[in-house]
Design a protein around this ligand. Structure first.
Ligand code: NAP
Ligand code: 8YV
Length: 332
């Protein structure tokens, strides 16, 4: 445990705890604004009772379960780094009157850009073509083979037409391709066709982009049936959460060529990528880089800190997650 040069007894009233790694820009700003304490991971055995009683805020980029939340009797706010907050038990936080915040909007366009890059790479094999050039094969063997796949003529389905899904859809429209989508709720202000189930969406398109949140409601939603519906020319792109895809079913579909290719930025057990996927030449794999530019990660870090500042100085979080949206300091 580290509280800088101070002992726990010297800490003031606004103690913010950072369990595990957090973006350095957030840590620097938090040090200037709060009494900051860091521990190696979100394990309550690393915190003694005197400190636990003083912690009023958590700034996190790691799993936060109900037991960890319950270890802090005076906890008011959990500021989470990232728009997806499936790693934080927001339902339990809500029951405790603890507000949870995430980092929406500031990463939307970056993640949409990454998704288009991943889609193009998957279909047009740019990473493989560059490796071919670097290996001297352009000189030795001639031109890189023409790609079997193209974006031309494809129809795109978006699973999760929210903030990022819409930004992806706008880009896909600019590429001249038709867009349709599946959410639990129809979106009124878009021109795209709605499909009430994921399997219907998959059957209607040949390119499925998954950008839905993780968690129990979407666990393995992209399963063998959905992949079969996508069909032999099907391309799956996943930038949402790895848990949303049944990875063994995907590896089998790619191996048996019952779908054509996949581009994945997210995996169920990061940073571990299933060996079955690593072996496949029709899988394009990225190490969860959707929002990973200095510019965007710094904006996310700022929003983590700004949520904490707003909570403790204006009694209101800036970007609370829906489960805890009604919680203000006055109403706790
Ligand atoms: P958002 O605005 O909340 O959009 C989520 C969309 O998914 C909504 O349209 C929602 O519509 C739909 N959805 C949620 N649960 C569903 C379900 N059970 N079945 C069908 N549709 C469902 O969130 P966002 O800002 O676009 O972010 C989306 C996700 O992207 C994040 O949660 C995160 O997991 C992922 N992400 C990944 C990266 C990366 O680096 N790869 C970066 C940022 C975000 P309904 O409520 O109507 O169902
Ligand atoms: C981050 C993300 O890489 O915002 C999200 O939901 O998946 C990414 O932007 C991640 O949250 C940081 O750990």
């Amino acid at each position: 445990m580290s509280a800088g040069d101070r002992s726990v007894g010297e800490l003031g009233s606004n103690v913010v705890l950072v369990p595990g790694k957090l973006h350095p820009h957030a840590v620097t700003r938090l040090k200037g604004e709060f009494d900051l304490v860091t521990i190696d991971r979100s394990d309550s055995s690393l915190v003694d009772a005197v400190l636990a009683a003083k912690v009023r805020g958590l700034a996190v980029s790691t799993r936060i379960d109900a037991a960890f939340i319950d270890a802090f009797p005076a906890l008011e706010i959990i500021a989470s780094f990232g728009v997806g907050y499936d790693a934080v038990d927001a339902g339990h936080a809500a029951k405790r009157g603890v507000v949870v915040t995430n980092t929406p909007d500031v990463l939307t366009e970056e993640v949409a850009d990454t998704t288009i890059g991943l889609l193009l790479n998957t279909v047009r094999e740019f990473a493989k073509a560059e490796n071919y050039l670097r290996a001297g094969r352009w000189v030795k063997d001639g031109n890189y083979p023409l790609t079997e796949m193209t974006l031309r003529g494809r129809t795109v389905g978006i699973f999760g037409l929210g903030r990022i899904g819409r930004a992806i859809a706008r880009r896909i429209e600019a590429f001249g391709l038709p867009v349709s989508y599946h959410n639990r709720n129809r979106v009124d202000d878009v021109p795209y066709a709605y499909h009430p189930s994921l399997v219907e969406l998959a059957a209607a398109v040949d390119t499925l982009i998954c950008v839905a949140p993780g968690g129990a409601a979407t666990e393995k939603a992209v399963n063998a049936q959905v992949l079969e519906a996508l069909g032999p020319d099907g391309v799956l792109i996943n930038v949402g959460r790895g848990t949303t895809v049944d990875e063994p079913a995907l590896a089998k579909a790619l191996k048996d060529r019952t779908i054509r290719a996949a581009g994945l930025d997210v995996f169920a057990d990061e940073p571990n990528v299933p060996e079955d996927l690593l072996e496949l030449d029709n899988a394009t794999l990225l190490p969860h880089v959707g929002s990973a530019s200095i510019h965007t990660r710094e904006a996310m870090a700022d929003l983590v800190v700004d949520n904490l500042i707003s909570w403790f100085s204006n009694d209101k979080a800036l970007t609370p997650v829906p489960e805890t949206a009604g919680i203000t300091r006055a109403r706790r």
